[in-house]
Design a protein around this ligand. Structure first.
Ligand code: PFF
Length: 458
């Protein structure tokens, strides 16, 4: 097999994996899910999902990747279970699907950065015409895909790791800076209160399921992204602590993003948190007017800063999304990396066209499907988001936990973990991971998948 490359340091791996995790999910999606799900009540459920369910699956994914040094599909075969490679294939398809629409939103973020630099604050009220201007958002999407491709084509240590080492610290500094700034705005306290004081009356099954779906999406789990990144990690690494750092970084940044967002929203609404904008518009419609009211010069700086930050966050995630199918093509079809990267990126961009045109430009893709019981149709991008993020990621997590607990078995998982963590055996962490992967993950993730599918489509 051709040399696959690998991360040059533990920190590089952690930053790249945290870069995959931290993305639009944290800064764009998390705040509006919090808004819809009862503020802090959602946050508490989300945190439990991350640590009880997602963290053990993350360890399992990294262990499978490191043991086999293969892409998600090849990994299952390499362990000797060829009929399980469908789980990897499913993951790769899921990754391609997510990237196809994720890149569209990343293109919006990048486009907004360009608009903010020019002081076009009115863009927030023109969100609808912005996203339906296919030539414009298509070009931004193409540029974004180009950046992603450039990084991935440089390989693991020279591309993905290097980019993460620059982008991640910058991103954290930017979010922290903006969070501090926004806390000094008028009405900031109302926003913080909404975010930190739980309203349990808003909690229902659907909120719990979206918290779980969000946990998997945000931690990049269930589709083999961490099998892929794990395949570039050396055997001396301590997977248990690395996964803990990655989870903490992701959760920490999502929480910080909330601290940044809600004061801004409260400022915009004059302290009224009852009627906050939800959905995609929270960032793209509300924030430009917030930046405008900060003042013309400072507003340009803060606004450009914010959308640049959002673009950086998205970039380290699109990089990991692209690496998953690329690693498959390189490993299994022996295509040279550079060629594989450009080819896959082109295909993904084309697959993304329905998402691109489904935001007002094309009538058909904008009103793609009407769910059972819904009063209006759902656009294509939201629809495949539901299929991929809310259904297939938990399904992937379910299958991975079943595989590890009952097929590959605890002994092999433990052996892989112990290679970099001698005292793992007999520790409380071992018992906790074993229990979660054996019982909690299969039961909850399996039922989540069934209920989501039943609820939406039947
Ligand atoms: N975790 C990313 C986010 O929160 O934006 C999205 C993502 C990236 C999902 C990579 C899955 C993945 F494999």
């Amino acid at each position: 097999m051709a040399a696959r490359g690998g991360f040059s340091s533990r920190l590089g791996f952690i930053l790249a994996a945290a870069g995959s995790a931290v993305g639009l999910g944290n800064i764009w999606k998390f705040p509006f899910e919090v808004g819809a799900g009862g503020g802090a009540a959602f946050v508490l459920i989300y945190l439990s999902c991350c640590f009880i369910l997602a963290y053990p699956v993350m360890i399992a994914e990294i262990a499978i990747g490191r043991k086999t040094q293969r892409n998600p599909a090849g990994a299952f075969s390499a362990l000797g279970f060829k009929n399980w490679s469908f789980v990897g294939v499913l993951g790769i398809l899921c990754g391609v699907t997510i990237l196809s629409y994720y890149n569209v939103v990343a293109g919006w973020a990048f486009g907004y950065f360009i608009e903010m630099v020019q002081g076009h604050f009115e863009i927030g009220s023109k969100f609808g015409s912005f996203v339906s201007n296919v030539a414009k958002v298509g070009s931004y999407g193409l540029i974004f895909m180009f950046f992603t491709t450039l990084i991935v084509s440089r390989g693991i240590s020279g591309g993905i790791e290097k980019a993460a080492k620059i982008l991640m610290p910058t991103l954290i500094a930017m979010i922290a800076g903006l969070a501090i700034y926004s806390m000094f705005l008028p009405h900031a306290m109302e926003g913080i209160k909404f975010y930190l004081i739980p309203d349990f009356s808003k909690i229902n099954f659907s909120v719990i399921y979206s918290a779980l779906g969000q946990a998997f999406f945000s931690l990049s789990l269930g589709m083999g992204a961490l099998i892929t990144y794990g395949s570039y990690v050396g055997r001396k690494e301590n997977i248990v602590t690395s996964a803990a750092y990655i989870t903490l970084a992701d959760v920490g940044i999502a929480c910080l993003a909330g601290l940044m967002m809600f004061p801004l929203v409260a400022f915009n609404n004059g302290g009224d948190m009852e009627n906050i904008q939800s959905g995609a518009g929270l960032i793209f419609q509300t924030l430009p007017s917030v930046f405008e009211s900060i003042g013309p010069n400072l507003g340009v700086i803060v606004g450009s800063f914010f959308f640049l930050l959002l673009s950086f966050a998205a970039l380290t995630s699109t990089v990991s999304l692209l690496e998953v199918p690329v690693s498959y093509v390189v490993d299994e079809h022996k295509v040279e990396r550079k060629k594989a990267v450009w080819l896959v990126a082109l295909i993904v961009f084309i697959i993304g066209i329905p998402s691109l045109v489904g935001n007002g430009y094309s009538e058909f893709f904008s009103n793609f499907i009407t769910y059972v019981g819904a009063d209006k149709p759902t656009d294509f991008m939201t629809f495949i988001g539901h299929v991929a993020n809310d259904s297939f990621l938990p399904l992937g997590g379910f299958l991975i936990s079943i595989f590890v607990a009952y097929v590959w078995k605890k002994k092999n998982l433990n052996e892989e973990i112990e290679a970099g963590f001698e005292s793992f055996k007999g520790s409380i962490v071992e018992k906790y991971i074993d229990f979660s992967i054996r019982y909690i993950c299969p039961i909850i993730l399996g039922s989540l998948f069934i209920l989501t599918v039943l609820g939406r489509f039947f």
